[in-house]
Ligand binder design. Structure first.
Ligand SMILES: NC(=O)c1ccc[n+]([C@@H]2O[C@H](COP(=O)([O-])OP(=O)(O)OC[C@H]3O[C@@H](n4cnc5c(N)ncnc54)[C@H](OP(=O)(O)O)[C@@H]3O)[C@@H](O)[C@H]2O)c1
Length: 252
């Protein structure tokens, strides 16, 4: 259970090798989290994340194979993760950015981005939601993005998948109201991680550590949405309402 100070004891990460997830898990483990389940595609990166959390003080770190695109396995993955007991926080952190130009040339690449970021998240998100509802507590933290607030010419495939994911997550949060479980939607801007390595940084670029701080504070304070950095909320409120022509010129 999440204790009186808002610290969870158990954590499931979907997308266990994500840089943002690793920073968040390490922070939670350093506070109070003792049991961590890392679900992800088997890799040395996933093993390294597990090792790092053991080193940070977790009592038990389990690694469970999980592929967002293979939706017919998601029920079993969630069952396996919850087999060791209740889980206080589930962090949905998997995602792919994709190359916009390549995806326009080859729509099958865009379909893959949509499969991972949206279809995979809907599938596993509903399995997790049902579990949290039946245990009567817990937080599903979903890594959305400011890219979903208004699609840009330069990354509208990714942005549209995050718009769908964000709407899905808000709806799931509403559906869970009264059950004791809840959803926290996280909307970071540009974060320096392996996903964005080599790309031109955007204004207000932030770090995985800053996102981890915002997530842990969001869990503690019971918020339903956090922006990272926080001032992006005002910026995006303005961007959403800019006339289309002006937005096109600015959002290149
Ligand atoms: N970095 C940013 O600027 C930024 C901004 C806003 C939102 N976000 C979102 O934050 C989340 C974490 O991103 P990050 O920055 O931490 O990037 P990251 O380090 O590249 O993490 C992405 C994760 O997604 C996993 N993944 C990709 N395809 C998968 C699949 N088919 N099945 C299971 N896992 C899969 C990767 O696993 P593998 O190791 O197996 O590839 C990796 O663990 C993503 O949803 C991203 O869209 C990122």
């Amino acid at each position: 259970m999440i204790d009186a100070l808002g610290n969870p004891q158990s954590l499931l990460v979907l997308g266990g090798s994500s840089d943002i997830a690793t920073a968040t898990a390490r922070r939670l483990v350093q506070a109070r989290t003792r049991r961590v389940v890392l679900a992800g595609r088997p890799s040395t990166r996933l093993d390294a994340a597990a090792q790092l959390l053991r080193g940070a003080g977790a009592d038990l770190v389990e690694v469970v194979p999980f592929d967002a695109e293979v939706t017919d396995t998601h029920g079993a993955v969630v069952d396996q993760a919850f087999a060791g007991g209740d889980i206080d926080v589930v962090l949905l952190a998997f995602g792919v950015l994709g190359e916009q130009a390549a995806q326009e040339r080859d729509p099958s690449l865009a379909v893959r981005t949509a499969m991972v970021n949206y279809v995979g998240a809907v599938s596993v998100g509903l399995h997790v939601g049902a579990r949290l509802r039946s245990q009567g507590h817990g937080v599903l933290v979903v890594l959305s993005s400011v890219a979903g607030e208004r699609a840009r010419r330069t990354n509208f495939v990714y942005g549209s998948t995050k718009a769908g994911l964000d709407a899905f997550s808000q709806g799931l949060g509403d559906a869970l109201q009264g059950s004791g479980a809840r959803v926290l939607v996280v909307r970071p801007g540009f974060v320096r991680t392996k996903m964005t390595a080599g790309r031109k940084e955007a204004p207000m670029t932030t770090t995985a550590e800053a996102v981890a701080v915002a997530i842990t504070e969001g869990i503690r304070s019971g918020r339903h949405t956090v922006w990272v950095p926080a001032r992006l909320q005002q910026v995006m409120a303005l961007m959403r309402h800019l006339p289309r022509g002006l937005f096109r010129r600015l959002a290149r």
